[in-house]
Design a protein around this ligand. Structure first.
Ligand SMILES: *Cc1c(COP(=O)(O)O)cnc(C)c1O
Length: 218
């Protein structure tokens, strides 16, 4: 795997308007440094412990994105440094992030995860819950979190038609909410296998791992 070349090719394909999150889960500090030395500064991890260990060892100017499902009791381990939490899917979690961010004197940016996949295993909120959260007084009173967009994961399937429909649905919901919530600027959708379909549907942030670092063994 030539990490530098992979990044260069991807950057060219994505252009300037799409943010690339390099998903480095299970990858070593050395591999991340290879991407860092090629200019990449945004990295995504799905486990808080692993991200925190890497954060300690790696350069300060890396922006760390938590892209996995977040357990409420683990927010405290990343509150001092995490840049963006992609998978916020419940009020209880948002409250905990707000509380921990306050102790750190920070505002932590969050994305709300919409459930778009048909699979049971994928997390996320439905549209009604999302609307309730966004318009709640409780959220309006939180000073240390800021919801800056939406995130979604499509079904793991060979059917491009289905993926296209799921991303199209997320884009539609994003556009609808963005009209009344001008803070919403980020639409995080697309991974190595489906980012082209995500881009066609208006994604402006892709989370890509194996296409940069190679297949994961575990
Ligand atoms: C692992 C992961 C990715 C990246 O997957 P690749 O197929 O390696 O690009 C993107 N998003 C989330 C939420 C992930 O867990």
């Amino acid at each position: 795997m030539n990490i530098e070349q992979n990044l260069k090719d991807l950057k060219e394909e994505l252009g300037d308007d799409v943010t690339l999150v390099a998903v480095s889960k299970t990858k070593s500090v050395d591999e991340i440094m290879e991407a860092y030395n090629a200019g990449q500064r945004i990295f995504g991890e799905n486990k808080i412990q692993e991200m925190t260990d890497k954060h300690k060892e790696l350069p300060e100017d890396i922006e760390w994105h938590m892209i996995g499902h977040v357990q409420t009791n683990k927010v405290k381990y990343m509150a001092s440094y995490v840049d963006l939490i992609h998978g916020v899917d419940r009020m209880k979690l948002l409250k905990e992030i707000n509380k921990r961010a306050k102790r750190e004197n920070r505002v932590i940016k969050c994305l709300l995860q919409l459930k778009i996949a048909k699979e049971e295993s994928k997390f996320g909120m439905d549209v009604e819950n999302m609307n309730n959260l966004l318009t709640s007084e409780e959220y309006a009173n939180m000073e240390n979190v800021k919801i800056v967009g939406l995130m979604g994961m499509a079904t793991f399937t060979e059917s491009k038609k289905q993926i296209n429909e799921e991303f199209g649905f997320l884009k539609k919901i994003y556009d609808t909410f963005a009209k009344t919530h001008p803070d919403l600027k980020i639409l995080s959708m697309g991974m190595s296998g489906d980012y082209k379909i995500a881009l066609e549907n208006g994604s402006n942030m892709v989370r890509i791992g194996s296409k940069i670092f190679g297949e994961r063994n575990y």
